[in-house]
Ligand binder design. Structure first.
Ligand code: ADP
Length: 509
């Protein structure tokens, strides 16, 4: 058996060690509020040595504005002392040697030393925790702000499918207030009847297997508003986790307007296509049927000419010549129009060696090239897929325009090159001719639009309209860049296809 005194001594030693090594700060005061004991952790916390604190009033460690209150509480405490947390529900603050006020949590204990009543304060600095709480609070505040000002409707549900978040934009597009739907099942509000089972099953599947088809993707679906009207929405569902709780947020947009615009656009495009077809048919029928009366006019003018060959006076001959010229020109216009409406009617795509096409075109234009002393540069061109007659016509029109619209007294220099883009071949035909003012860059592609009289430059104004139609038939476009008096570059594209190459059979380059 141990001597009780020895046990007491051992206990005292143990408590002393506890006191010295405790990671909590401990202060012992008497009823007057004078500090009797200070552990090392309290020295560290307040920045005073125990010599500086012992015998001093506890008020040394209390911020000025709280001193009165503290005095009052201390007196109250000693009336009915017991172990309890101090200042429950209130924010407590302490003051250190450097004058820093910081938030603390304090537990109080009590014992008697002879006849003296002693209070033990266990003090924890909670500045870090408060800071973290503040950060959390402000991040919650930010979240709320984002929710309130988001342009998207934000709707969140818990794992049982009950609505937990419903922001103002959701109120706006669905018509229910947050207070009316929070805590209700999503499937009983905005999800149309036909999708409800799917939604429930999808949610269950995700929670058990984490398999999903709609999560983290932009999907288009329909939703119900408060009036039961179904309307198209676009949404992304994102699974989230907070404090061990899964939940799902959907970011939703009403796309009714976009859908309407798309429908209008489609209708417009279809209407345009229909009108174009009608116009082409009209052009075809008109030009075809015009040929007959034209032939009659030409025939009778010929007869008139012959009939009055010897007897006609000067003015009759002049008038007859006018009629002949006019009907010739009309025949050419009608023929052009007929050709235009026939473009692309034989739609058979075939490999076309553009090097060969250009060689053929240049050969057809030999006379004009020689007369004008034109110099023509051609890069290696590809073998494309296209409509052979039309592609030849395209090169023919552009090259012959470059020759035709040359500057007087200066031999034309023409370069033909190509740039392979991702989906298209882009051809460039550059000349050093008279150029075109920018205000005409669109107009010249319109059928029968010309910038010159036929006396200045021969033509009917259909060449570029043909070119435009041909590039469109090849899913491409045509445009230009030009400086008046200096030259033009016409660019056109045709869609690239998988079997296009650089070297063709007839390629002599
Ligand atoms: P046309 O050659 O029968 O007049 P186009 O449709 O081929 O008809 O051309 C329309 C107009 O565009 C021409 O009248 C001319 O004014 C202008 N143009 C076309 N190509 C060139 C060019 N390479 N340089 C300058 N002007 C051009």
């Amino acid at each position: 058996m141990k001597d009780p005194n020895e046990i007491l001594l051992e206990n005292e030693k143990a408590f002393k060690s506890l006191f010295e090594h405790a990671t909590i700060s401990i202060l012992v005061t008497d009823e007057k509020g004078d500090i009797n004991l200070v552990n090392p952790n309290a020295e560290k916390l307040f920045g005073y040595t125990k010599e500086e604190l012992t015998g001093k009033s506890i008020e040394l460690l209390i911020p000025e504005q709280l001193k009165d209150k503290h005095r009052h509480y201390r007196q109250q405490y000693f009336k009915a002392p017991k172990a309890r947390p101090m200042g429950l529900g209130k924010d407590l603050f302490a003051l250190d040697k450097n004058g820093r006020t910081f938030p603390v949590e304090i537990s109080l204990g009590y014992y008697k030393l002879g006849r003296k009543k002693m209070a033990v304060a266990f003090i924890t600095d909670v500045s870090e925790r408060k800071k973290a709480e503040e950060i959390l609070r402000s991040s919650e505040e930010t979240t709320r702000l984002i929710m309130n000002s988001a342009l998207d409707a934000i709707v969140c549900i818990d794992t049982d499918g009950y609505i937990t978040v419903w922001n103002p934009q959701a109120e706006k597009i669905f018509g229910w207030l947050e207070s009316e739907v929070k805590g209700h099942r999503l499937s009983e509000t905005i999800i149309p009847v036909q999708y409800r089972a799917l939604h429930e099953a999808g949610l269950k599947r995700y929670l058990t297997t984490r398999q999903h088809t709609v999560i983290n993707k932009l999907i288009e679906i329909s939703a119900l508003n408060r009036n039961g009207k179904e309307f198209p929405i676009e949404l992304t569902i994102i699974p989230m986790r907070q404090k061990d709780n899964d939940f799902f947020c959907a970011f939703i947009r009403d796309i009714t307007e976009r859908r309407d615009a798309e429908a209008r656009q489609k209708e417009y495009a279809e209407d345009l296509k229909r009108k174009n077809i009608e116009l082409e048919q009209f052009a075809y029928v008109a030009s075809h049927d015009l040929q007959e009366p034209l032939r009659t006019v030409s025939g009778f003018v010929e007869l008139l000419k012959r009939h009055y060959k010897d007897q006609a006076d000067e003015s009759v001959t002049k008038y007859i010549n006018y009629i002949t010229d006019a009907s010739d020109r009309m025949r050419r216009l009608v023929q052009d129009l007929l050709d235009y409406s026939r473009l692309g009617r034989q739609r058979i795509l075939e490999p076309i060696d553009c090097n060969q096409v250009v060689a053929d075109v240049l050969s057809d234009l030999t006379m004009a090239i020689q007369e004008s002393q034109a110099v023509i540069h051609k890069e290696q061109l590809p073998v494309i897929s296209g409509y052979a007659t039309e592609i030849k016509q395209l090169f023919q029109n552009l090259i012959s325009n470059s020759l035709k619209f040359r500057k007087p007294g200066e031999p034309p220099v023409i370069s033909i090159s190509v740039i392979p883009n991702e989906n298209h071949w882009q051809f460039n035909i550059t000349d050093n001719g008279i150029g075109i003012e920018e205000k005409y860059w669109e107009r010249i592609f319109v059928i029968f639009q010309r910038l010159h009289t036929k006396a200045e430059y021969e033509g009917t104004g259909i060449g570029l309209a043909h070119c435009k139609k041909i590039t469109e038939l090849h899913n491409g476009k045509i445009w230009l860049d030009s400086t008046p008096d200096s030259g033009s570059t016409f660019y056109f594209t045709v869609r690239k296809r998988s079997n296009d190459t650089w070297v063709g059979k007839g390629n002599k380059v």
